[in-house]
Design a protein around this ligand. Structure first.
Ligand SMILES: Cc1cc2nc3c(=O)[nH]c(=O)nc-3n(C[C@H](O)[C@H](O)[C@H](O)COP(=O)(O)O)c2cc1C
Length: 363
């Protein structure tokens, strides 16, 4: 079995690895370009880029769009290879951000945290490939059927994000506890079966597995199950090129398995994070001091939540871990050192090739 290049709607990616988008300000141009330069697909996260300065909601929206534009241009200056932008459906300025990504002709838009049902109506440019993130075969079916019926377009690939992923999760707490039925492998196979039903001789839709994929053994396992590629995020946090403050990376390096916990996020979904004093306080219901000027999330009611997730994540990305927390996948505690993106990707490719018994890729 081969671990080889793949196509996203005709766009050639040399290695079947996507670096998952990580907000807020975790996957920026520095990480995304380094990943793309190694032949995988680097991804910038578009969430809350305009957050953290004063002004009106309109100012926030303009700043967010402008920052995304700058980030795309910076990435383009740093790599000649394709890269993507991750835009969460739950954002109130979703349409603006998709508009910026389209105007800048980004290669790929990846969209989850809700069903990106209107994404094709916002992107007329077929150069920009569209990849929804799903948590179930049902969601994959709804998206493919609706895109086909209403927009005469199908996804160029589909990412299945399983319950072990980092960040926000498309599963209830009960589903997360039901490890047998809600395993990535199970859901992946069901999504592949649905997506195959929409493919034609000319339209292929690779299904990309995400969530808890840590090493070559994991990659080989999902490739054998029919995944066309993997999306990995957590492992890319502890790289030299990831822009977060050293304190954020340190939280990963010192985390024990039991420190990785699920919280209820103001996004309206459970989220996986590294427990610290701030997490203990918000879990106990303590109300943090915050004002909401911008309503960045459509799904957040600032009157009901006890902290602002944008503020918490920005603080953490700057190293202020007493004012926020790091999001992470379930395997973050296994990371023991900070490496370069090149080292990480080389290790993943060689390990996968060995596990697949594939001599085709020589690094
Ligand atoms: C720090 C962090 C931030 C994330 N932010 C986003 C985000 O902004 N949008 C999104 O769709 N997914 C986000 N994710 C999910 C990842 O893109 C990815 O699909 C998932 O974490 C894969 O699992 P892994 O981390 O175990 O490899 C985030 C994950 C992490 C670890």
């Amino acid at each position: 079995m081969e671990f080889k290049d793949f196509q996203i709607g005709g766009l050639h990616i040399a290695l079947p690895i996507i670096q998952g988008g990580m907000g807020v300000r975790v996957s920026t141009s520095s990480l995304a370009s380094a990943v793309s330069n190694e032949g995988a697909l680097g991804v910038i996260a578009a969430v809350a880029l305009g957050e953290g300065q004063d002004g009106t909601e309109q100012d926030y929206r303009e700043r967010s769009s402008e920052s995304l534009k700058e980030s795309i241009r910076e990435t383009r200056a740093l790599t000649k290879n394709p890269f993507g932008v991750n835009i969460m459906c739950a954002l109130t300025n979703y349409d603006d951000l998709v508009g910026v990504a389209q105007d800048e002709s980004v290669d790929v838009i990846i969209s989850g945290a809700g069903l990106p049902l209107k994404l094709p109506s916002l992107v007329k440019n077929i150069k920009t490939k569209l990849i929804p993130i799903v948590s179930s075969a049902r969601a994959a079916n709804i998206i493919c059927s609706m895109w086909q019926r209403k927009h005469k377009r199908l996804p160029d690939a589909v990412i299945v994000e399983g319950p072990l992923a980092g960040g926000h999760l498309g599963y209830s707490r009960e589903e997360l506890a039901d490890k047998e039925n809600f395993s990535l492998d199970n859901i992946l196979q069901k999504v592949i079966a649905v997506v195959r039903g929409f493919e034609t001789n000319v339209k292929k839709i690779p299904v990309i597995a995400a969530g808890g994929i840590f090493d070559g053994k994991d990659i080989a396992r999902v490739i054998r199950l029919g995944a066309g590629a993997v999306q990995m995020a957590t492992r890319f946090v502890c790289t030299d090129e990831c822009d977060v403050a050293p304190e954020y990376k340190q939280a990963y390096l010192t985390a024990e398995k039991e420190d990785i916990v699920i919280i209820q996020s103001p996004v309206g979904l459970p989220g996986r994070v590294i427990r610290n004093e701030f997490v203990k306080k918000i879990t106990q219901g303590e109300r943090m001091d915050f004002g909401c000027k911008y309503r960045c999330l459509a799904t957040c009611d600032p009157k009901k939540v006890n902290y602002c997730i944008a503020k918490a994540l920005i603080s953490a990305s700057r190293g202020l871990m007493d004012k926020g927390f790091a999001m992470c996948g379930s395997n973050a505690y296994r990371i023991k050192s900070i490496v370069s993106v090149k080292q990480l990707i080389t290790e993943l490719v060689n390990d996968t090739r060995e596990k697949l018994g594939d001599a085709s890729m020589v690094f």
